[in-house]
Design a protein around this ligand. Structure first.
Ligand code: PLP
Length: 456
């Protein structure tokens, strides 16, 4: 509803969100909590801060620790409509008090939400499977491709990340997420050169052709060995490399080659899709292609476990003939209510448009910091899917890993939650809630400028 976002902002429970307030008081290290976590909970794989603040609540693009100190959440690529959204809270609470149950039963939410999803997907992608995460969605997508083609071999791109479950992990090669990602690979996985336009194997105007050629060679090798192809899985904008779009025209050519050899094309939209790019709803729109299978999660549930596979009826039917799919909570009444409320909020508050205008504005501000500070090698991405890549030398592109970690630590002191990404952990991963305001974008750019001016 027009005006809803403004009304929501004015309801903020903490009048003490003071952007730019540097807190002199030492942050409580939350040691007791950290210790309990270490004892009773599996250690998180990534802990970017030695003493992370103990977060207690959130509001829009802000989070608050147990002392009430506010942080601008610039990295949360899950909470797309913002923290503590009252409309979402009401929708969930209403559905919980009405019904939540095993997804085996018959209720309206599944049909309604699946209809909404297929209306957002390209024509022909009319069949939805609901799951609980991006990893599950990608595992299922791979199984659909295997069932439909009768083959197992799958291409994926180096530097890509698709999840932690057995099959999605097998096609994940990003060492930023898993330092051991390249050590073992099942023989059906065929990683091809990462078409990273900034620091990949090939650079320059004709990079597309060179990268397409690497895909071509991988396909030829399979053919020489008389092995059939099941397809390709990739993102269309490299999320974990820091929002780097694939070279223009790359997917069009690679999808055509894959299809010519009987394979299907899986677009992993878990991180890039759902309006974050601002200029496009889906990442693959940026490459002018239509995939055969789309996987989506993260933002679609605003942090609630919700994911989906959207595909064609004939692909789903091939799988249904020989495979089995059932997820106890995938597409439960509460999950569907969350999914519908997120889409309602996105539409009513024009969040994709906000991602475009605020994202473009922020990118300009970051680029002008780049003119001032040579440590900034490039600003990647579009919309609210941005990356600032730090290098020690703009010619050699030597990654500034230690500097990036120091800048993230300093940003935390300045009230900004940030995290490094990329295979060298030298890129700031900028994926805030899509309701980010221009003031918050200014605050982030100012704090980053301050951290850079101070040195590390
Ligand atoms: N695909 C991409 C591109 C991701 O970024 C992620 C998570 O970071 C996943 C899949 C896995 O999603 P989840 O963590 O919900 O299992």
């Amino acid at each position: 509803r027009p005006g809803h976002a403004a009304a929501w902002s004015s309801l903020c429970p903490s009048p003490s969100i003071v952007l730019g307030m540097e807190c002199d008081a030492p942050r409580p290290a939350s040691e007791a909590l950290l210790e309990r976590r270490q004892q009773n909970f599996a250690r998180p794989q990534k802990n970017y801060y030695a003493a992370p603040p103990q977060i207690e609540r959130g509001w829009r693009e802000h989070m608050f620790d147990i002392t009430g100190r506010s942080y601008l959440d610039m990295v949360n690529n899950v909470t797309i409509v913002g923290h503590g959204h009252p409309r979402l809270a009401r929708a969930v609470s209403r559905q919980w008090s009405l019904l939540n149950t095993n997804s085996r039963f018959h209720y309206a939410g599944v049909a309604e939400f699946s209809e909404r999803l297929t209306a957002l997907a390209p024509e022909g992608l009319d069949t939805v499977f609901l799951v609980n995460s991006g990893s599950e969605a990608n595992d299922l997508a791979l199984r659909l491709a295997w069932a439909y083609t009768g083959a197992k071999n799958m291409l994926c791109l180096l530097e890509g990340y698709h999840g932690w479950t057995v099959a999605s992990d097998a096609v994940s090669t990003s060492v930023a997420d898993n330092p051991r990602a390249l050590e073992t690979r099942p023989d059906w996985v065929h990683p091809i050169a990462s078409p990273n336009t900034y620091r990949g194997e090939f650079r320059g105007a004709d990079a597309t052709a060179a990268y397409v050629e690497t895909a071509h060679r991988a396909l030829d090798k399979l053919e020489e060995r008389n092995e059939q192809l099941a397809g390709i899985i990739c993102e269309s904008v490299y999320g974990n490399a820091g929002g780097i779009p694939l070279p223009s025209g790359y997917l069009e050519k690679v999808y055509a080659m894959v299809r010519a050899r009987g394979g299907v094309c899986i677009a992993d939209e878990v991180q890039v899709g759902y309006g974050r790019l601002g200029h496009h709803f889906w990442g693959f729109d940026q490459q002018n292609v239509v995939p055969d299978i789309i996987t989506v999660a993260k933002g679609m549930g605003n942090g609630h476990p919700l994911g989906a596979v959207i595909t064609r009826r004939d692909i789903a039917e091939a799988f249904e003939k020989e495979g089995y799919f059932f997820s106890s909570a995938g597409g439960s009444p509460v999950s569907c209510a969350v999914g519908m409320a997120v889409l309602d909020i996105m539409e009513d508050e024009a969040l994709q448009e906000n991602a475009r205008t605020v994202g473009d504005y922020l990118k300009e501000r970051l680029e002008s910091l780049g003119e001032q500070f040579p440590l900034i090698g490039a600003v990647h991405g579009m919309g609210l899917y941005l990356g600032v890549e730090f290098v020690r030398d703009r010619e050699t592109l030597a990654p500034a890993t230690a500097e990036t970690a120091a800048i993230c630590r300093r940003l935390l002191d300045l009230g900004v939650i940030m995290q490094p990404t990329g295979d060298h952990l030298n890129v700031l991963k900028i994926k805030p809630p899509l309701c980010l305001t221009k003031d918050s974008a200014d605050f982030f750019a100012e704090m980053l400028g301050k951290a850079l001016a101070e040195g590390w």
